[in-house]
Design a binder for this molecule. Structure first.
Ligand code: AMP
Length: 288
């Protein structure tokens, strides 16, 4: 396995692979890898084949964090990540620095961003302004540097995957986006690097997000007619407030393709929520 730090070196390697007709699968991450990330790596390997190349990018992208968010405290453990990648059969770990990704020098500041203007406005985009602008910009850069045949994203970040698919369609990036299922802890909590922040009672209460989805799904499946979204939202708020350390940020019911809000909820409607557990902000989603 190679560790590539410089964007120039990554792009040269990618161009060589392209000339040789080698299939390349990219898994973009912010590191602090867990089984959810590794499931994307295995999917990338299956899809590129044994002659293909799997690249994992490890980069905590400052542009997708808000000024009061956890950019500086975000968990980082590069040695462990590199070992996990090696054990998972990754060919290249691409781990650039901020100065390399967002250069600013005598020729001027970094001043070009990619913005998706429809799907990225709601939910995460409404709660975290500028978040998706950071995501689409860094992912566009990664696509230009790694030139992948395909890139694998997790449905844990459902809206993110939708925004990236839209960007790829709109800007004609020549690759396929694959979305892989959410990997969960035994109690149902979606795996996340941020789960590291949770200890004791906070960890126990974090599963409330998953339980919320399960409750709503059971209600929706039992009901012979669609249920009003407003009613489900107010019931959910009450359910979540029973967990003393959990504060709901948003819950939304929406069309799985267009992400437009649904006023009536039925099987097949998608649900996403974000909640603070103590100071840690967690998200989850599922098709109902
Ligand atoms: P992150 O490092 O959190 O930016 O995530 C990198 C990629 O891993 C994204 O495509 C995420 O959607 C995906 N991912 C994160 N957590 C999970 C999970 N529990 N199951 C599956 N994919 C995940």
């Amino acid at each position: 396995m190679r560790i590539v730090k410089s964007p120039g070196a990554m792009q040269r390697l990618a161009k060589r692979w392209q000339r040789e007709g080698i299939r390349v699968g990219l898994v973009p991450t912010m590191g602090c890898l867990h089984a959810g990330h590794l499931s994307l790596v295995h999917r990338a390997r299956r899809l590129t084949g044994k002659d293909g190349k799997v690249v994992v990018s490890i980069y905590v992208n400052p542009a997708q964090f808000g000024p009061r968010e956890d950019f500086t405290s975000y968990p980082r453990d590069f040695m462990r990540d590199a070992r996990l990648c090696r054990e998972s059969g990754v060919d290249v770990v691409f781990a650039p620095t901020n100065a390399q990704m967002y250069p600013a020098n005598s020729r001027g500041p970094f001043s070009t961003f990619v913005v998706e203007e429809d799907l990225s406005r709601r939910m995460e985009g409404a709660s975290r302004p500028m978040h998706f602008r950071g995501v689409t910009t860094v992912v566009a850069k990664l696509f230009n540097l790694v030139r992948p045949t395909l890139a694998v994203f997790g449905s844990k970040d459902y809206q993110q995957a939708s925004v990236i698919k839209r960007m790829v369609r709109d800007l004609n990036f020549p690759l396929r986006i694959v979305v892989a299922p959410t990997v969960r802890e035994p109690d149902g909590l979606a795996m996340s690097s941020r789960n590291k922040y949770l200890r004791g009672p906070l960890r126990r209460q974090a599963v409330t997000l998953r339980h919320s989805i399960q409750r709503i799904r059971a209600a929706v499946r039992k009901s012979p007619t669609p249920i009003r979204a407003a009613r489900l939202k107010s019931e959910l708020r009450k359910f979540i407030e029973r967990a003393s350390a959990v504060r709901l940020d948003y819950v939304e019911f929406f069309d799985p393709e267009r992400l437009t809000p649904a006023s009536k909820v039925a099987p097949g409607t998608h649900m996403a929520l974000a909640a603070f557990v103590g100071k840690t902000r967690l998200i989850d989603n599922a098709s109902l």
